[in-house]
Design a protein. Structure first.
Length: 403
């Protein structure tokens, strides 16, 4: 072989090898950059999810700040029994017992739709009849409540005088010189009537939902299961409204309660953790009695006015009317839970430059906080199940992202 040709061949081999090495190095460089970028993104996502998870966990250890409200003092009120209202109370208690029984029935059906098919088919007509009977019974008795409460409206001018006498006793200036001091008292009848209407409305919804469930018995088990759960949620809402209705008919101010006792007290949930507050709020709903100075003055005025008209503090109508003026408002427990979440997450997230969307929900209710209408696709997410009443569970979800 010619030596010059051998040299050329070796040179070509070296060049080819060098080219291969250069290409390989370039490929490895490009691959490494791409791979490193992917790992960095995965790492960033993982760290974001972990941070969100730790924030959710922290809610089980921090107190529920900003979850306070003004309410009636516990030693100022009691349950009383009025003969004219006893039939309404009994009708309301009958409704409560039936909703509890019906909820258990629907739960049993939901657990095995196939096995419960025949029982449900024959039982739904009875359910609708029972609902209709309960609605009729409540409708018949509701006037006894509104007529009993309307006694406080008899003399608004006299109530104004009574309130100002009370103001003079405690050394306060004239109360409501230009306004209507019995505005809250005048509303009692309409509020009580509206509460009854809300109970009746829920029973109507329940009747419609049972009818809808019946239509799916032979056609669609998935839709049937969903509708049965919706019916159970309506039952929970009915219980809440019914409890408020009973409180108008039974709650009274204690006979030996002083005017000072009518002042509202500040209730705080700071002894509970945020997670505990959330869990309770999903089930307790709006049963918290709220009060304020205006309601307190209304109750005091009712007391003085009725007393001047010969109705003593031991009279059950006087006790119920005072309590109605004092407590007819209800504080939404879920609103307090939301405030406690926002207070905690403001320090843990907002101050650190994060935006967030928080949700806690069970089958029927939900607590939300933050910016939930525009959660970005790259938001970190964490979920956590929490315990609530009666071994029930709820799920908390937190999305966070940098602002």
């Amino acid at each position: 072989m010619n030596l010059s040709k051998k040299g050329q061949s070796s040179l070509i081999d070296i060049l080819l090898l060098s080219t291969i090495i250069v290409i390989a190095i370039a490929f490895l460089h490009i691959y490494s950059i791409t791979h490193m970028s992917t790992n960095s993104k995965n790492l960033k996502d993982a760290l974001g999810d972990e941070y969100a998870s730790r924030v959710l966990m922290a809610l089980s250890y921090v107190n529920a700040r900003d979850a306070g409200y003004d309410t009636v003092q516990a030693h100022a009120i009691t349950n009383v029994s009025d003969q004219d209202l006893s039939t309404l109370v009994q009708a309301s208690l009958k409704l409560r017992n039936y909703t509890s029984h019906l909820d258990q029935t629907l739960e049993n059906w939901s657990e095995n739709l196939t096995r419960a098919h025949d029982q449900a088919k024959t039982g739904m007509e009875d359910i609708r009849k029972n609902i209709s009977d309960l609605r009729d019974e409540l409708a018949k008795e509701k006037d006894s409540l509104t007529s009993s409460l309307s006694a406080a409206e008899a003399n608004c001018a006299g109530l104004t005088d009574a309130l100002n006498k009370y103001a003079d006793i405690v050394g306060l200036p004239e109360i409501f010189p230009d306004g209507d001091p019995c505005g809250y008292v005048k509303e009692m009848g309409s509020v009580a009537s509206g509460t009854y209407e809300s109970v009746d409305g829920k029973l109507t919804e329940l009747d419609e939902k049972i009818t809808e469930a019946e239509s799916y018995l032979d056609t669609d088990q998935a839709k049937l299961s969903k509708v049965l759960q919706e019916a159970r949620c309506i039952l929970k809402e009915t219980d809440v409204k019914n409890d408020v209705l009973i409180s108008y008919a039974q709650l009274g101010v204690k006979q030996d309660t002083t005017l000072l006792d009518l002042f509202p007290a500040r209730a705080s949930l700071e002894t509970k953790t945020v997670t505990e507050t959330i869990g309770e709020s999903l089930y307790v709903e709006d049963r918290l009695a709220q009060s304020d100075t205006a309601r307190m003055l209304g109750a005091a005025g009712v007391r003085i006015l009725l007393s001047e008209n010969g109705i003593g503090l031991g009279d059950t109508k006087s006790q119920i009317t005072q309590a109605a003026a004092l407590t007819f408002a209800r504080k939404e427990y879920r609103e307090l839970a939301q405030k406690s979440v926002e207070s905690s997450l403001h320090n843990m997230l907002t101050k650190q430059g994060y935006a967030y969307c928080f949700k806690a929900e069970n089958c029927c209710n939900k607590v939300t906080a933050g910016i939930c209408d525009k959660v970005p696709d790259n938001a970190a997410r964490a979920k956590r199940s929490i315990q609530a009443f009666g071994n029930e569970t709820a799920e908390m979800t937190l999305d966070i992202w940098k602002q």
